[in-house]
Design a protein around this ligand. Structure first.
Ligand SMILES: C[S@@+](CC[C@H](N)C(=O)[O-])C[C@H]1O[C@@H](n2cnc3c(N)ncnc32)[C@H](O)[C@@H]1O
Length: 368
């Protein structure tokens, strides 16, 4: 089915802004008006009918991040190995995705996708040119925190995670701490943050409203919280999603297993309300359709679609393995077989699939 070309003027427009954020007096490096190539959640993505995807496998090289272990107690490196993957040791069993090098590559590829979606920016909240303290919760490989520390050399940037998988050589204004974001945060009241960020924590958190409350409590008055997540389901603007039923069923099973595990895998659309409920003001939500595959006509959407296809293919096994074996009691072999259909759907050039990415930010009122 032919799709209409989105009006370029609406491509950058937020789909559901609640209130306009105040303009920053001097725009920080991240807030340059770079175009995002993706239509908002209400626009259609135009299909390239000449595009035919060949088999796509991980296009990533073998470059790896160095483990930063020097200052960390051995117990947090006492990793668990299961079905060929490595899992975190601190709060063992709480997070269902691996922390091995393969998974780190996937995190960094997703970082690249988010950066392309945001037109080269790390975040969009108008924090001003001189933030002093920035926190990245669930920092993973620390790639976002490193970029932000480089962009704001005057700011102290802190990244927290359950896994000590961050590199040793980082900008001098950046540090990493092993910490459970669901524990009580113990930051000093006179060292509150100007910006708190988290990204891709779906499947990780049990008590989301509490996380938002802790972020609120630990921000300076006027400070910003910005969160980036994508939905855990597929859609298409034509009826080609019907050809991807195996993948749709897989997302459904992930949601069921996550729920059994006490976590909600489909939270992207809930963040705005959680932010408002926690007391944030000027809450803005941008929604972008991110294609899976090279099927869009637009060149940059095609590039993003290829990366997202690769990361989706690479993500099926790590997202499923611990979840389906530990929570649903399946064997590794059963999981492997179960992934054949979803993998085919991801590679099927006739499926014009996308996921919605949500970029949400809100400000702690000055008066608080
Ligand atoms: C999908 S990765 C995303 C990493 C990073 N935010 C990014 O966007 O590149 C999720 C990360 O959250 C971490 N994580 C999961 N549960 C956590 C918790 N309760 N506290 C802190 N970090 C957690 C995991 O160890 C993992 O590194």
């Amino acid at each position: 089915m032919a799709q209409s070309q989105p009006d370029p003027a609406t491509v950058v427009a937020p789909s559901a802004a609640v209130t306009a954020a105040p303009a920053s007096p001097t725009p920080p490096p991240n807030s340059q008006a770079l175009p995002t190539p993706l239509p908002s959640g209400h626009e259609t993505l135009e299909i390239d009918h000449d595009e035919h995807d060949d088999d796509v496998d991980s296009a990533l090289g073998d470059d790896q991040l160095t483990l930063s272990t020097a200052s960390l107690a051995s117990s947090i490196r006492n990793y668990t190995y299961e079905n060929g993957r490595r899992y975190h040791a601190y709060r063992s069993g709480e997070y269902i995705l691996p922390n091995d090098e393969k998974e780190q590559e996937r995190m960094d590829l997703k970082h690249h996708i988010f950066t392309l979606i945001l037109g080269g920016r790390s975040f969009v909240a108008p924090v001003g040119p001189n933030p002093q303290r920035i926190l990245d919760v669930g920092t993973g490989t620390g790639i976002w925190a490193m970029e932000v520390a480089d962009a704001y050399p005057g700011a102290d940037v802190l990244g927290t995670d359950l896994s000590p998988i961050q590199p040793a050589w980082v900008p001098p204004n950046l540090s990493f701490v092993i910490d459970d974001a669901e524990s009580e945060w113990s930051y000093s009241p006179n060292k509150l943050f100007d910006l708190i960020h988290w990204r891709m924590l779906f499947t990780a958190i049990k008590d989301w409203p509490r996380l938002y409350e802790q972020a609120y409590k630990n921000l300076k008055p006027g400070g910003w919280l910005e969160v980036h997540e994508h939905e855990s389901d597929i859609n298409s603007d034509d009826d080609s999603v019907l050809k991807a039923q195996d993948l749709k069923d897989w997302f459904k099973l992930v949601a069921e297993a996550c729920a059994k595990f006490g976590k909600d895998s489909n939270i992207a659309h809930k963040q705005k309300q959680w932010m408002i409920d926690a007391g944030f003001v000027d809450v803005q939500e941008d929604v972008y359709k991110v294609p899976i595959g090279r099927w869009p006509k637009d060149k940059l959407q095609k590039e993003i679609g290829l990366y997202f296809q690769v990361q989706t293919l690479d993500g099926l096994e790590p997202v499923s393995m611990a979840l389906f074996t530990r929570v649903l009691g399946l064997s590794k072999e059963q999981v492997d077989v179960m992934l054949v259909g979803p993998r085919k759907a991801v590679k099927n050039p006739e499926c014009h699939l996308y996921l919605r990415f949500y970029v949400v930010r809100g400000r702690k009122p000055e008066s608080d």
